[in-house]
Every structure is written in structure tokens, then in C-alpha cells.
Design a protein around this ligand. Structure first.
Ligand code: HEM
Length: 314
């Protein structure tokens, strides 16, 4: 009789922290690079322990994602059923661009120095096997507000709903315990945004600014808020949540004001549907007004395998 080995997930459900680093890498060609990457991915758990022990109160956690283009080469495993590169979405006015990225490391904790240390040790280990495509350091802004001034993350699933929204189960046994993750690095036109009244801003987002109270959906056929466009229901009225860990980033000195969007989901199609509703609009033409003040510089999809799968890559 075979014994069932429990599958352990990566810490996709780790709490929002006051600091996070989003590191996107491409893998260089060649067998040596493949080997180095496999070995580094298999070491993520040990590397995490090395750093986490330095401050047990800092909620240090890392999730590692792998892109579709290098999946076969790096893992030697069957691709998760829905995995494919980020598909560009061209709306009437705004485009969700698709940009390169083979590996994602989402590094978070209450301490910037711990995140820095993990990234340093990781990149030492990877050496010439990778190129850094983007490194963004996010920070908490007051009561989890984005730089548009709104509380961001409220509608995230909590408790047992998290696993159900985020982790693949029996529908794709080979990928069980894993999760799809999509990232987009947005920069804001803060001057333009601040040119609107608070009421106008609230109707763009779909929540009040100060108290974070949800506003009613607009009638069908009219301009919908961001919140309504990002709500996905099937024909039976079942709602499909995703888990967002967005972080502000930027620097007033260089006039950079951004939101790093990161969404985890058990179903990639749910995030893609949200993006389509935002960029194309529902009905088409009535795009998400948040995009008139927010431009994505990147767009990349990865799969976060279970910790068990990651550890087996050695
Ligand atoms: C809701 C900000 C991009 C998906 C919200 C809310 C804010 C916000 C303030 C309302 C509070 C909350 O529930 O969190 C932003 C900003 C973005 C951005 C500043 C980038 C400029 C995206 C993208 C997606 C997305 C790209 C999906 C692909 C969602 C979802 C909700 C939400 C699912 C919750 C909807 C509900 O109420 O059920 N966002 N968002 N957001 N956003 Fe975004």
C-alpha cells in the first residue's frame, strides 16, 4: 500500500508586511545555468531559514515563482494546466503590456534589512546564471493605503477561503499545492489623480477614501468602478477571489509614485478576466478609470509550485 506524502505549499498566504522586495529574473541559456537555478530553487527553504532566524518576530517569508518559458528546462515536470506567458491586453486606450521574466521572488518581512540579506544570498548563489530584469522595493504606507490614498487589500479572502481561492487542488494533481501569480508594476500620474475631487476618486475605486466603505455598483451598461470591474462571478453567481499583496513603491525625489500589483490565484483565468474587464472595459470601451492615472510598465505570469516540489529540484 502506498503512503500519501503530504504536500506543503509555499508561504503564499504570508501576511502583508511593512516591507517587500519583488525580484524578477531571466535565466541565461545553457546547462550550467539550468543546474544553478535548480539548485538555488531547491535551497530557497534553507536560505529562508538562515535569514528568518535572525528575527523571529519579523514575519519573514519568500515565495518563488517559475515562468512558462523555462518551466520544462528548470523543473523537468509537466506544466501546470493553465500556465502560459502573460498575454498582452490591448484596450481602446490602455494596454496591459507583457514583459520578460523567468523567475519571481516575492520577499517580505517587517524589516528591509532581512529582505536585503535574503536577496543578496540568493543572487550570490545564482551568480551568472540569471539576469535581473526588475527589482522593486515596496513599503507600507500608513494603514495599508496605496499611493492613490485608498486602503488596498480589503476584499482579500481570509481564513479558510484563502486556500480555496489560491491553492490548486484535485483539478490539476501534478500542480497541487501551487498557485498562479501575476505581477504588474504600475506608475501613477499623481498630479492628475490629485486634480480630481475626493468624490470622483471614490467613484473610480468603488470605496470611500477615509472610511473605506464599499459603494454600490453602477447600473449595467454604465461606467463601473475598479472594485466592480475586478469582481468576477460565474453564471451561477459564484464569486472568484484572488489574493493581492500590492505594495506602494517610489521616490518623491525622482517623481516616481507606484503600486506593485501582485495577485495569487488557483485559477489563472480569473486574473486574466479581471485584466480584460479593466483594460477593455465592461461594456467594452468603458475601461477602468484607475488606468487613466496608472500605467503598467511590466506584466508577467509565473507558477509558484508547492514547497515540496521546489525542494525536490536538487
Ligand atoms: C480592489 C487598488 C490593480 C484586482 C481594489 C481596491 C483598491 C485597489 C484601493 C479597493 C479595496 C480592496 O478591496 O482592496 C488598486 C491599484 C491598482 C490595482 C492602485 C494598480 C494601479 C489591480 C489589478 C487587479 C486588481 C491589476 C487584477 C488583475 C482587484 C480586486 C479587488 C480590488 C480583485 C477587490 C474587488 C472586490 O471588492 O471584490 N484595488 N488595484 N487590482 N482590486 Fe485593485
Amino acid at each position: 500500500m502506498s503512503r500519501r506524502v503530504p504536500i506543503e505549499s509555499q508561504r503564499v498566504d504570508a501576511p502583508l508586511t511593512s516591507s517587500a522586495t519583488f525580484l524578477v529574473l531571466t535565466v541565461e541559456p545553457g546547462e550550467d545555468a539550468t543546474k544553478a537555478v535548480r539548485s538555488a530553487l531547491a535551497s530557497v527553504a534553507d536560505l529562508t531559514k538562515n535569514v528568518a532566524i535572525r528575527d523571529l518576530n519579523a514575519s519573514f517569508a519568500v515565495t518563488a515563482g517559475i515562468g512558462s518559458d523555462v518551466w520544462d528546462r528548470v523543473t523537468g515536470l509537466t506544466q501546470p494546466v493553465e500556465l502560459h506567458p502573460f498575454k498582452e491586453i490591448k484596450g481602446g486606450k490602455h494596454t496591459a503590456v507583457s514583459t520578460p521574466g523567468d523567475l519571481l521572488f516575492h520577499i517580505r518581512s517587517e524589516r528591509r534589512d532581512l529582505n536585503f540579506e535574503f536577496e543578496r544570498q540568493l543572487l550570490d548563489m545564482l551568480g551568472d546564471a540569471v539576469k535581473v530584469v526588475d527589482e522593486t522595493v515596496g513599503f507600507r504606507y500608513f494603514d495599508v493605503r496605496d499611493l492613490l490614498g485608498f486602503v488596498d487589500g480589503t476584499a482579500n479572502p481570509v481564513g479558510s477561503a484563502v486556500d480555496n481561492s489560491v491553492l490548486i487542488a484535485e483539478e490539476d494533481a501534478g500542480a497541487a499545492g501551487g498557485s498562479y501569480v501575476v505581477i504588474q508594476k504600475y506608475v501613477h500620474d499623481i498630479k492628475g489623480w490629485k486634480g480630481m475631487s475626493i468624490e470622483q476618486q471614490e467613484s473610480v475605486i468603488g470605496r470611500t477614501k477615509l472610511e473605506n466603505v464599499e459603494l454600490d455598483d453602477a447600473p449595467d451598461g454604465k461606467q463601473q468602478s475598479h472594485k466592480s470591474l475586478a469582481t468576477i462571478e460565474d453564471d451561477d453567481g459564484n464569486e472568484y477571489d484572488i489574493l493581492r499583496d500590492n505594495m506602494p513603491f517610489g521616490s518623491p525625489g525622482s517623481k516616481e509614485f507606484g503600486t506593485y500589483f501582485i495577485g495569487y490565484s488557483r485559477r489563472l483565468w480569473v486574473i486574466e478576466k479581471m485584466l480584460e474587464r479593466m483594460f477593455v472595459g465592461e461594456p467594452p470601451g468603458l475601461h477602468d478609470r484607475i488606468l487613466d492615472y496608472s500605467t503598467p510598465l511590466t506584466g508577467t505570469t509565473f507558477f509558484v509550485p508547492s514547497a515540496t516540489t521546489l525542494a525536490s529540484l536538487e
